[in-house]
Design a protein around this ligand. Structure first.
Ligand code: ITT
Length: 193
């Protein structure tokens, strides 16, 4: 089976991507690859950050690797939190504080459309490729559901009554930003080149 490093410190992303890939591709974690420090994410775009994370790992290991950078773009907030989604409320990755801030910023707003955007950046044999996945939806007026992570209790995908946090993991993965980007990654990795 093909092995590749997934450059993430987010255990939820790792679970989701493992479930999406099934037994087609085996993922090595950053810890298993000997990288224990936080990887800097200072680029102004989602694609730039995804590439920066993948390059960091490639430069230190020389092994094939990929990274995921994701942003929630809310139209009524001019696309915020966007590339700053992880550090919206605080400097850390405080999911609950980020949701509280988003609900506060959206108070009284009628126009609530939003999208999750993921860019997966792959470095295979030194060659860089990017794969994008987008899901449209809207921001709810209160938190609903216990599943998923991050902004999931506040995001209702288009065509659904439930938030991502209320859907089963396989339902989220089938339509999500990450599911779509990782499906493109898998098709590329498994294609005869
Ligand atoms: P990495 O180690 O992979 O960088 P991270 O958590 O820092 O993990 P990002 O830089 O991509 O990930 O930050 C995106 C933030 O957006 C993340 O912290 C979550 O709060 C949120 N997020 C990402 N994917 C999500 C999803 O599928 N559902 C809900 N929120 C998500």
């Amino acid at each position: 089976m093909k092995r590749i490093i997934f450059a993430t410190n987010n255990a939820h992303k790792l679970d989701e991507v493992r479930a999406i890939l099934g037994n087609t591709i085996e993922l090595t974690t950053l810890k298993e690859a000997g990288i224990t420090e936080d990887i800097p994410e200072n680029e102004p775009t989602i694609e730039g950050n995804a590439l920066a994370k993948a390059r960091y790992v490639w430069e230190r290991t020389g092994c094939d690797c990929f990274a995921d950078d994701t942003g929630l773009e809310v139209d009524a907030l001019g696309g915020a939190p966007g590339v700053h989604s992880a550090r919206y409320a605080t400097d850390g990755h405080d999911f609950a504080a980020n949701r509280t801030k988003l609900l506060r910023e959206m108070e009284g707003k009628e126009h609530r459309t939003a999208r999750f955007r993921t860019v997966v950046a792959l470095i295979e044999g030194g060659k860089e490729s990017c794969f994008e996945g987008v899901v449209e939806g809207e921001i709810t007026t209160s938190e609903m559901g216990e599943g998923g992570f991050g902004y999931d209790p506040l995001f209702r995908p288009e065509g659904y009554e439930q938030t991502f946090a209320e859907l089963a993991p396989e339902e989220k993965n089938a339509i999500s930003h990450r599911g779509r980007a990782v499906a493109k990654l898998a098709a590329y990795l498994l294609a005869d080149k």
